[in-house]
Design a protein around this ligand. Structure first.
Ligand code: HC3
Length: 502
């Protein structure tokens, strides 16, 4: 990346940071937060950056570390001490600490904080304020400041107690999972439909031709220019339609694959390299106990919420699949209703550590025991076995991206209006996946991936059976407390009613 484009990226990022910091007006003011030292190096913090309370130095370091061309290595044992004085000695370990503390490019910037969370942050602010006061009192009695930091002592370099990130309304939320700002569910009755059309402001019938859009290789797509494809594509609709028919050239096949891979990366919730460094960050016995002490009801609500978060990323992925938006709204919703859980389970294999049979969940890696209070051990076991099997295939991100798109756009799904159009879109994706596998000299994977699709269908059937059981035993929770998107996707009103009313 040239110096000028790096500068441009930095300038755009600074502008985003500035916007973000201007919105730091919280019931808990920035000045209060600044008594809490930087969670990375312990220096004076300047607010919440990328979801964590840090200083300006660590904010800038993390921003620079996210440039595509940047990669760090540690010349020692990858466990360097990171504090104010040593933070510049090892960029690798400094970045690991940023990631471990929860810093993320996608950290949600604005949102509501519950009373418990506000009390927790207030308590932390008060603790640091008292410690500072104690330092002042002590210093005045002992009349000697600490060498590097007259305003603070080493006692303030406390280990991380809570990660914070912002949610939608401009307040802090403890770091639990990154939700892109545009993924917040709309209150209106059709969650899926609202999500499909909200951020792109188009619907399948009203797309504006020539709408600016990035072409797969990143250039600004302008439908007024004849594309480099064999087809002279005169309008965005025609381009989308050409994808949903057989791709007409290797170039348009490459473009389609590149577009899907880019969408996968942009909507994958966590980057594999970020999770790689956390793969041994497991829950302690006490933390597992906390999960296991939840009631069935509570744990189902918790997982339903996490699952709904994951599905929102899948909806955004679907919207960017060439050909998906050429389908009717009803067919788009039908495909998401039947395929989104399957794509979540495919994506889960990216969060899965086959060495210790754990999955990244709520910020750490969780074994099956964490999900014990769901009271559906056979489903959990089957899901973990599936994730294990997916890991064994050692799929690349590109292969996972194309496979996920193919799982979603499946003409065999029930309740499709225009099955032929879905078939055409599905075939072009099959072309794309075969193209990727051929290029990787792994054509034999196609058969294995088809077998994986059959397992996915059985997993989702088992999931629906469990949901049926749950809704009969906890109708109020299933009917009222589950997220609206979850209810819309996994359980129509009829299925949520107790068996007696069927
Ligand atoms: C599948 C899962 C629920 C979803 C969990 C997800 C996929 C959520 C998004 C996280 O980023 C990654 C993740 C990790 C673990 C996944 C859970 C493992 C077991 C659990 C159940 C099988 C599904 C329960 C969902 C239910 C029953 C509430 O509908």
């Amino acid at each position: 990346m040239s110096a000028s484009s790096r500068a441009l990226v930095r300038e755009q990022q600074d502008r985003r940071d500035m916007e973000y910091e201007e919105c730091d007006v919280l019931p808990i003011k920035r000045a209060q937060i600044e008594v809490i030292p930087c969670k990375i190096c312990g220096d004076k913090s300047s607010g919440v950056h990328y979801g964590v309370i840090t200083c300006e130095g660590c904010k800038g370091f993390f921003r620079r570390s996210q440039l595509p061309s940047v990669s760090y290595s540690c010349s020692r044992q990858r466990n360097c001490q990171i504090d104010r004085a040593s933070r510049n000695r090892c960029q690798h370990c400094r970045l690991q600490k940023c990631l471990a503390q929860g810093m993320s490019r996608d950290a949600v910037k604005f949102g509501r904080m519950s009373k418990r969370q506000r009390d927790s942050l207030n308590a932390e602010v008060e603790k640091h304020r008292q410690q500072q006061q104690l330092q002042v009192d002590t210093r005045s009695v002992l009349s000697y400041p600490t060498k590097n930091h007259p305003e603070r002592s080493q006692q303030l370099l406390q280990p991380m107690t809570t990660n914070y990130s912002y949610t939608e309304d401009g307040e802090l939320l403890p770091f639990i999972a990154d939700i892109h700002p545009y993924l917040v569910c709309s209150p209106n009755n059709s969650q899926v439909s609202a999500m499909i059309y909200r951020s792109s402001a188009v619907s399948p019938t009203s797309r504006a031709p020539g709408r600016g859009d990035n072409s797969p290789d990143g250039r600004e797509f302008d439908s007024r220019q004849p594309s480099h494809d064999l087809l002279a594509i005169q309008s965005y609709n025609a381009l989308e339609d050409s994808y949903s028919l057989y791709p007409h050239s290797l170039q348009s096949l490459d473009d389609m694959c590149a577009s899907i891979v880019r969408s996968h990366r942009e909507t994958s919730q966590y980057r594999v390299e970020e999770l790689q460094v956390l793969r041994w960050k497991l829950y302690s016995r006490e933390e597992i106990q906390v999960y296991q002490s939840k009631s069935v009801d509570e744990m189902w609500q918790h997982c339903a919420s996490r699952l709904t978060d994951a599905v929102q990323y899948v909806v955004e992925f679907a919207k960017q699949i060439p050909g998906f938006r050429t389908l009717s709204q009803n067919d788009q919703i039908a495909l998401l209703k039947t395929g989104s859980m399957e794509v979540v389970l495919v994506r889960m294999s990216r969060f899965f550590n086959a060495e210790n049979n754990s999955v990244f969940f709520d910020g750490k890696f969780a074994g099956v025991e964490v999900f014990k209070s769901l009271a559906c051990g056979d489903l959990i076991t089957a899901v973990f076995d599936f994730a294990h099997g997916m890991c064994a295939l050692k799929l690349s991100e590109q292969q996972i991206a194309l496979f996920s798109a193919l799982v979603l756009i499946n003409a065999d799904r029930p309740c499709l209006e225009d099955r032929g159009r879905v078939q055409r879109a599905q075939r072009s994706l099959e072309f794309g996946l075969r193209h990727i596998l051929h290029r990787d000299n792994q054509e034999s994977l196609m058969h294995k991936l088809n077998q994986r699709m059959a397992v996915l269908r059985s997993l989702c059937s088992l999931h629906m059976e469990k949901l049926q059981w749950f809704s009969q035993h906890y109708p109020l929770t299933a009917h009222i407390l589950f997220p609206p998107l979850y209810k819309e996707l996994f359980a129509s009103e009829a299925e949520l009613l107790p068996a007696a009313t069927h």
